[in-house]
Design a protein around this ligand. Structure first.
Ligand SMILES: NC(=O)CC(=O)C(=O)O
Length: 250
């Protein structure tokens, strides 16, 4: 895989849409100066994440004649020479009158190369923490989205979509993606459950004398993405104390 740097612009989203757009511009410029080839914004990066704002902040997304936030992102991508995954914005479809939670992707010339409408809407009911139903406003999208980059194909979902692993599986198997990107506005602590997990893989030992040449290297990767244990190639039991890498409990 060709190497590239991704930048995740963790904007502190404000009520003022223009302030959010200016911040996006500023962070993309900084990211491109720091060598990023791809910049990602959060879910609803131009709108406070609350159903009471979605209709008022919604914009039409006309891919052949971009305007508003979409035009601004296109210009940033062009000026900075970076690919942009435009987080998501509330979209109003002028034909159906429906609203969608939509991510627009741009190449480094500012051309729109993908549009993803969130397929799985977050209807959250945790009294005292969060009670919010996206489906009060948004309609679900229907398509799995993959876009091509110089580094390989990349799959795209929005926040709650991550819970439905079929999206990632189909993108990996059908479109051979090198990575999945999920702009998100996870509530705490839900995000932690989806982004900070241990993964363990256990393979057979290597044996040069048989036709099947196993990779071996049974591995545990921690929630920080670092390899905690690599079992090498010999036959052995590989142990790992799970919980050694603390979850990030902010
Ligand atoms: N924005 C979301 O989709 C929120 C979500 O999924 C959560 O659990 O929080």
């Amino acid at each position: 895989m060709t190497r590239f740097k991704i930048a995740l612009a963790q904007i502190n989203v404000q009520l003022d849409k223009n302030a959010n757009l200016e911040k996006a511009n500023e962070m993309a410029l900084e990211a491109s100066k720091n060598g990023a080839g791809l910049v990602v914004f959060p879910e609803c990066f131009n709108t406070p994440y609350d159903t009471k704002y979605f209709r008022d902040y919604a914009e039409v997304i006309d891919t052949s004649n971009p305007s508003g936030t979409t035009l601004m992102l296109s210009n940033i991508a062009k000026e900075c020479g970076v690919f942009i995954v435009g987080g998501s914005i509330p979209e109003k479809d002028p034909w159906s009158g429906k609203y969608f939670n939509t991510s627009v992707v741009f190449d480094n010339h500012g051309i729109i190369i993908a549009v993803h409408r969130k397929m799985h809407l977050a209807d959250l009911n945790a009294p005292g923490r969060v009670v919010l139903s996206e489906s009060d406003v948004f309609s679900p999208g229907s398509d799995i989205t993959v876009f091509a980059t110089p580094w390989g194909n990349i799959g795209l979902g929005i926040c709650y979509d991550i819970r439905f692993t079929e999206i990632s599986l189909i993108s990996a198997r059908r479109d051979n993606v090198i990575m999945m990107i999920f702009p998100a506005a996870f509530t705490a602590p839900n995000g932690q459950m989806f982004w900070e997990i241990y993964v363990a893989g256990c393979g057979p030992a290597q044996d040069e004398t048989v036709p099947f040449h196993s990779n071996a290297h049974s591995t545990v990767v921690g929630p920080d993405g670092l390899v905690v244990v690599d079992g090498g190639v010999e036959e052995k039991v590989v142990y790992c104390d799970i919980g050694m890498v603390p979850l990030n409990l902010h």
